[in-house]
Design a protein around this ligand. Structure first.
Ligand SMILES: C=C(O[C@@H]1C=C(C(=O)O)C=C[C@H]1O)C(=O)O
Length: 185
């Protein structure tokens, strides 16, 4: 059975009553997540889990202006601090965006996407939104499978935003694993 993404609510700001204070800066910092993690560990690394054409989740397709079922480029990674996974990230790029796909797929490898995005002053990041993903959301299960056999809590906070460059759009979603709280805030 394919678990449909839960009709989640992506919020402009993390609700104070539901988000740990030490997690809030991770959900709201508009800068590079790669840079933020790098500055809080000795060894930053990216484990590439998937780089392929795939059908985005309906909410992802809607954000990118894609028809339901339309294929797009997918990149899923684990970001690790000193060998410990701290973020499961999922980037979606419309298929017609061939040049962008080259950056995302051929030219990148296990280098962090953020290194390419934030190095280009022309790239614009749209506002961040956050959501609490639980077992009703397929992305929760992607993150859970990525860190297995480590077990996850029943819900994970995530953030996402669109990046734009000359009319091309990339959706980047980042799911924070509990280990992110072991890094200095
Ligand atoms: C967008 C960034 O790139 C990070 C690295 C990613 C990758 O290598 O696939 C994906 C999402 C981000 O967590 C960033 O550093 O902010």
């Amino acid at each position: 059975m394919r678990i449909r993404p839960h009709p989640e609510t992506w919020l402009e700001r993390p609700p104070r009553a539901r988000v740990l204070p030490q997690l809030r800066p991770w959900l709201t910092d508009p800068g590079s997540l790669t840079a933020r993690i790098r500055s809080r560990c000795s060894l930053f690394s990216v484990e590439v889990l998937a780089q392929r054409l795939a059908v985005p989740h309906p909410d992802e397709a809607a954000l990118l202006g894609l028809r339901r079922g339309e294929l797009a480029w997918l990149r899923e990674v684990l970001l690790a601090a000193d060998g410990v996974p701290v973020v499961f990230a999922r980037s979606i790029l419309p298929r017609h965006n061939v040049r962008g796909a080259w950056i995302l797929f051929q030219g990148l490898g296990s280098r962090p996407l953020g290194a390419a995005l934030f190095a280009d002053p022309r790239i614009r990041r749209q506002p961040l939104a956050c959501s609490c993903l639980d077992r009703r959301d397929a992305r929760y299960h992607r993150a859970s499978a990525a860190v297995a056999p480590r077990r996850l809590p029943p819900a994970l906070w995530a953030r996402r935003s669109l990046f734009g460059l000359r009319g091309r759009t990339l959706l980047v979603s980042e799911v924070f694993l509990p280990t992110i709280l072991e890094l200095p805030t």
